[in-house]
Design a protein around this ligand. Structure first.
Ligand SMILES: C[S@@+](CC[C@H](N)C(=O)[O-])C[C@H]1O[C@@H](n2cnc3c(N)ncnc32)[C@H](O)[C@@H]1O
Length: 263
């Protein structure tokens, strides 16, 4: 097993992380090195991202990339950094962590989303603001964590969409583990409008949020995956293009999420 370490400048670390996660959706270990941050990706030789892709992802923030062989403790290290996460009344944990009644169990597999990322937590916090119930679409579902959380909160029927087949597979498996019914489909949001649902949760990055189209205008959209500096542009866009006004904005770390409602 190889440990691939990407060191980046702290001031640009969150932006680099957002890009790196796209290359390593099952997770990135974070090590604080003062004015630098090291992001480590684990994988078998041949399964890790290619050097030019990593360099492009880290961009100007890049300081250095190095690789090392890891011994047999790899599996333990991997598990140790996927810790249970408490968001309001919901506890999200990986299958190997100590369980409590009502936990949402998410096996990260190859898909983004253990519930721990700022952008996901902000979505759940905004979901908790809504009167639960009615159809909901999870756009860019990753591991399915938001769709499952929404089902637990009382929304339904739920449709969860992602263009990555590994995410579709992970969401189907996680829905089954958590005994939640939902429709899961492979869907490219760049080319196909999101299906009709009054409530939409979209934890996507800025470029895709600004490209989204809806088959029918939703009543409520939770838009996340925005850097704090990008939030106003996105709020203005949703207002002008979709007639949705900003009702609430939450920030955590460098990330922001918007609760938008039809005027
Ligand atoms: C930031 S992750 C969010 C995952 C999960 N909803 C969560 O909060 O943990 C964004 C997801 O959007 C998906 N995605 C990216 N581009 C997409 C596209 N064009 N169409 C559909 N899904 C896309 C990615 O595969 C990824 O799973």
């Amino acid at each position: 097993m190889i440990r691939l370490a990407v060191r980046v400048r702290r001031e640009d670390a969150e932006v680099a992380l957002a890009e790196l996660i796209a290359l390593a959706p099952s997770g990135v270990e974070e090590v604080d090195l003062g004015d630098r941050v090291e992001y480590a990706i684990y994988g078998a030789p041949g399964e890790l991202p290619e050097l030019p892709d990593l360099e492009a992802a880290a961009g100007d923030a890049l300081v250095e990339i190095s690789t090392s062989e890891v011994a047999d403790d790899w599996a333990e290290r991997w598990k140790a950094f996927h810790e249970p996460v408490q968001i309001g009344p919901l506890r999200v944990r990986p299958p190997w962590a100590d369980g409590r009644d009502g936990d949402i169990v998410i096996d990260p597999g190859q898909a983004f989303g253990t519930g721990g990322h700022h952008t996901t937590r902000l979505c759940v916090e905004l979901l908790l603001d809504l009167d639960p119930g009615g159809p909901l679409a999870d756009l860019g579902c990753g591991s399915g964590v938001l769709a499952i959380a929404a089902a637990r909160l009382g929304f339904g029927p739920i449709v969860a969409l992602d263009f990555d087949p590994l995410c579709v597979e992970a969401t189907l498996e996680n829905a089954q583990i958590n005994r939640v019914e939902m429709e899961v489909a492979r869907w490219d949001l760049r080319t196909d409008p999101a299906p009709a649902a009054p409530t939409v949760v979209a934890n996507l990055l800025r470029p895709l949020l600004l490209q989204l189209r809806f088959a029918e205008p939703p009543d409520v959209v939770i838009a996340s995956g925005l850097l704090v500096a990008e939030a106003q542009e996105a709020a203005d866009h949703f207002s002008a293009v979709h007639g949705l006004s900003e009702e609430r904005r939450l920030e955590s770390g460098d990330w922001a999420a918007l609760l938008l409602r039809r005027r």
